[in-house]
Design a protein around this ligand. Structure first.
Ligand code: NAP
Ligand code: MN3
Length: 397
């Protein structure tokens, strides 16, 4: 029985993970859950899964949550808050496995601490791998833990290259549905609203990753994620637009043969694969009949129309702290776009300007990564402020 800690249990990945766990009570038990503020849903999860430890990151919400527990819950449970609470959860001696499913750079320190505590990791939170790929890769080796990607394309790559010798593989392909604006006229991109951007045609996900999917920055982050997980060079990592979203990844071998990983468009599959690894266990109701899909289409991405993907390749090639800066500037831009403060088309403009000003650090340590992250956030915010002062920003800003 594996004792699992889920950081971000009330999010899109977290809720799917709890569904997987509830289908396999003999395999998994929930030891710890962590959220930011969603205490009502957390309470329901606590009643159902009876974790021994929970974290409510927000201090005030934690107090409210404790009051509710006192009145309505009688099982023993420890409750923590803040960054220290997250670390207590991911490093707890009883926890075997950590599913990191919060969004953004805030996952980096908990990820590092979990690896150092020798926990096996199921990693949905891709941003830390983008920020500090080399560092995490080295830590995983040093501590001998499994780090299994939950991101569907990376789960697919992992399955396509498993047990093959690296010098037999010439390249890998990550697919992308293309997001909601694949066929939209580029001329109208500046009119895109946050509501339009978060409506993904194939996946139902959190707001941040949905906007990233619309700009194709998500695929850009995934290219860097693949570089750091599998150690392929950037010219060996290709992106294919595949609107049906059932082929998640492919590997190509030196003889030209390709293997594809094909599965229903449902995150429960890669979540379960990562949690049960190295075993494969049954999954109810998700088998895919290709005769229902009928057609599979593939095309090259248009990096002119979606410059975020180009920026990610460029930052990845430069390496060092550049991917971290790309990620931080993107997080600021997505937040500002969701608040109607900048236009959709200004997201890549700001990110590119921040990258241009950056003087990179090669092979950064954790502190240097966090410094670059803070620097990029400050510069991005400044640039957005200047754009607004010069009146070249969103109509509603
Ligand atoms: P989401 O729906 O926005 O959920 C985020 C979760 O993290 C929520 O439970 C949230 O709690 C929690 N959280 C936020 N800040 C926290 C903090 N400081 N401490 C503890 N918990 C915190 O996001 P998502 O779509 O599940 O994505 C999560 C990660 O998985 C992202 O990095 C994303 O790129 C990656 N991913 C997602 C998908 C997908 O299908 N969704 C696919 C591939 C990869 P509250 O509810 O309290 O806010
Ligand atoms: Mn993905």
């Amino acid at each position: 029985m594996r004792q699992v800690c889920i950081i971000g249990s009330t999010g899109s990945i977290g809720k799917n993970a709890l569904e997987v766990i509830s289908q396999h009570p003999d395999e998994f038990s929930v030891y710890a859950l962590a959220v930011n503020t969603s205490i009502d849903l957390l309470f329901e999860q606590v009643v159902k899964f009876k974790p021994k430890l929970v974290v409510v990151h927000d201090e005030d919400k934690k107090d409210l949550f404790c009051q509710k527990l006192t009145k309505e819950y009688s099982e023993p449970i420890e409750v923590y808050s803040g960054a220290a609470g997250l670390i207590a959860a991911v490093t707890h001696p009883e926890v075997d496995q950590v599913l990191l499913a919060l969004m953004g750079a805030q996952g980096l320190v908990p990820l590092v601490k979990a690896i150092e505590a020798k926990k096996h990791i199921a990693l949905a939170n891709k941003e830390p791998l983008v920020m500090a790929g080399e560092l995490i890769h080295d830590l995983v080796r040093e501590h001998g833990v499994h780090l299994i990607p939950v991101d569907s394309e990376h789960s697919g790559v992992f399955q396509c290259i498993q047990d093959r010798s690296r010098n037999e593989i010439s390249s890998i392909y990550l697919t992308a549905s293309g997001g909601p604006f694949l066929n939209r006229d580029e001329e109208t991109f500046s009119e895109i609203t946050p509501e339009e951007a978060v409506k993904h045609p194939k996946w139902s996900m959190g707001q941040k990753i949905s906007v990233d999917s619309a700009t194709l920055m998500n695929k850009g982050l995934e290219v860097i994620e693949a570089n750091s997980l599998f150690q392929f060079n950037f010219d060996q990592i290709h992106v294919l637009i595949h609107p049906e979203a059932v082929v998640h990844a492919l590997s190509e071998f030196v003889d030209g043969s390709q293997l594809a990983q094909i599965a229903a468009t449902d995150m429960k599959l890669p979540i379960q694969f990562a949690l049960s690894y190295p075993k494969r266990i049954p999954m109810k109701g998700l088998s895919l009949n290709l005769s229902d899909v009928k057609q599979l289409n593939f095309m090259k991405p248009d990096m002119g129309k979606f410059p975020c993907l180009r920026l990610a390749y460029e930052a990845g090639e430069k390496g060092g702290t550049f991917p971290c800066v790309l990620n931080a500037a993107n997080e600021v831009c997505v937040d500002q776009f969701l608040k109607n403060k900048i236009l959709f088309t200004q997201i890549p403009v700001v990110i590119e300007a921040v990258l241009k000003q950056h003087e990179g650090v090669k092979k950064p340590n954790l502190e240097e990564v966090l410094t670059a992250d803070g620097w990029a956030r400050k510069i991005a915010a400044q640039l957005i402020y200047e754009m607004k002062s010069n009146n070249i920003c969103s109509k509603t800003a």
